[in-house]
Design a protein around this ligand. Structure first.
Ligand code: F0G
Length: 454
């Protein structure tokens, strides 16, 4: 007999609604491009049931804790364990899950000292089944794609979304189409999509060009779009914040710092924080800050040059290819959550990213360059006294080190930066290039002795 789950076996027909983030229009269904039928802006999911029957915060906390003892698949998922605050499923078997979520929260004592804060933690979303945070959103969006009867799902991607989508589509018996910028994503991510059976198109454009094309495609062909424009993705990604607060025993940190690319993840985490506050799960909000690479700084410029009122797009360029995005789709949602939580938006250089990544790595925690912008950004926020010397900070590490090994190898071999910057003493101290030796005991002992002195 399959293990019993802790879901109440009730069908909830009017469980959630779509709401336009600009004009507030409410609807029961969404067009294929997930844009408001009236004003064309993005949609988000709301739960009318919370108005009449607000879930009890203490009940939720104990229900979620108890589910950790369950052996049923939905309870073993670190996303569906929080399903009381997600769109309702009709039965547990319809969920497409790879046991996503349940990611560790690591303390980073050395990075805390470097940045100048007393307590620093990494919420490592790179420990998900396909090694990035995308899985948390994908399990929900793929489940609803299959429920809607789609045979094909599709996404534009800088690599991680496509890897995740391909895995969940395969598990759910759906076909999938991937649009990625040719030559601009790491081979590791591309190899995942290929292995999971995606139809992969390397387009001669950038991510923004891929996303534009996808938006047109979904209006012409019966494919379900799984980019973070799809609000089901963001519902799944919310659970990162639920799980984080649970891991902190519901003690609210002062800051959560997240990388910003297409700005879906920051929007999702912000939505979760506001919902947790409204439901009484937490009594105050942490400040949610977004960090971008200097070469892909559309949100930074949108806030500085247009006061967050209109998007300032950029031609994106950065070695942190996951966030090489110049025209972020969810910019308005991100502006809203930054305002609501009082967070900051900061940009960091390529050298700062590489240094931060090596510093995180030196603590035994591997992440990809896009994730390391969080530590680099924290240092800047401490310098600006936005983060105070006695505050607790969480960095959201979005992807695993092995997602982009070329970056790491080039860094340690000293090949990443040509010119003066690359020769900086700080970077050199962090570099651990491999040495090629004759296979003799003497050579290895000499290397050991030299390393001991350095
Ligand atoms: N970090 C990693 C490792 C990512 O892959 C992404 C986005 C981000 C941060 C930024 O998150 O877009 O929600 O602001 N990757 C997408 C992709 C765009 O296609 O894999 P965001």
């Amino acid at each position: 007999m399959p293990p019993l789950s802790t879901s109440a076996p009730v069908v909830q027909p009017a469980d959630f609604r779509f709401r336009c983030i600009a004009c507030g229009d409410l609807s029961d269904s969404a067009a294929q491009n997930f844009r408001c039928a009236h004003c064309g802006d993005l949609l988000e999911i709301t739960y009318p049931r919370w108005k009449d029957a607000k879930p009890d915060a203490d009940d939720l906390k104990s229900l979620w804790r108890n589910r950790r003892l369950s052996l049923s698949a939905v309870d073993l998922s670190g996303v569906w364990r929080f399903r009381d605050l997600l769109p309702a499923i009709e039965n547990d078997q319809e969920v497409i899950s790879l046991r996503e979520g349940n990611t560790p929260l690591y303390e980073l004592p050395q990075c805390a000292r470097i940045a100048g804060v007393p307590r620093l933690y990494a919420k490592h979303q790179g420990m998900n089944p396909t090694s990035s945070f995308k899985d948390a959103g994908m399990t929900v969006a793929a489940t609803f794609a299959r429920r809607a009867g789609f045979r094909w799902v599709a996404c534009a991607s800088t690599g991680n979304t496509s890897a995740s989508m391909a895995a969940y589509a395969a598990r759910g018996g759906m076909r999938c189409l991937v649009l990625v910028p040719e030559g601009k994503i790491s081979w590791s991510k591309l190899s995942q999509a290929l292995d999971y059976g995606a139809v992969t198109c390397q387009l001669r454009t950038d991510f923004d060009g891929c996303l534009r094309l996808l938006q047109e495609l979904v209006l012409r062909a019966p494919v379900y779009q799984l980019n973070s424009i799809n609000p089901f993705r963001l519902e799944g990604q919310k659970t990162l914040a639920f799980e984080l607060l649970e891991q902190l025993d519901w003690h609210v940190p002062d800051h959560i710092i997240v990388p910003g690319g297409n700005l879906g993840n920051s929007s999702a985490i912000g939505k979760a924080l506001l919902e947790m506050r409204d439901l009484g799960l937490i009594s105050r909000l942490p400040k949610l800050s977004v960090i971008q690479a200097e070469g892909a700084n559309a949100l930074v410029r949108t806030l500085r040059e247009a006061d967050g009122k209109r998007l300032v797009s950029v031609q994106a360029e950065t070695r942190a290819t996951a966030i090489r995005i110049g025209n972020p789709a969810s910019w308005k949602k991100a502006v809203n959550v930054l305002e609501a939580t009082g967070g900051a938006c900061e940009q960091v250089s390529e050298v700062e990213i590489a240094q931060a990544k090596a510093e995180i790595g030196a603590e035994g925690i591997g992440c990809e360059p896009a994730s390391a912008v969080t530590l680099a950004g924290l240092k800047r926020l401490v310098q600006k006294e936005f983060v105070k010397a006695d505050e607790t900070v969480i960095l959201v590490l979005t992807g695993n080190l092995l997602k982009d090994p070329d970056f790491t190898i080039e860094f340690h071999r000293g090949e990443l930066f040509q010119g003066a910057e690359g020769a900086s003493a700080t970077l050199n101290r962090l570099r651990r290039p491999p040495v090629i030796l004759d296979a003799t005991l003497a050579a290895v002992i000499r290397t050991l002795e030299q390393a001991e002195k350095s």
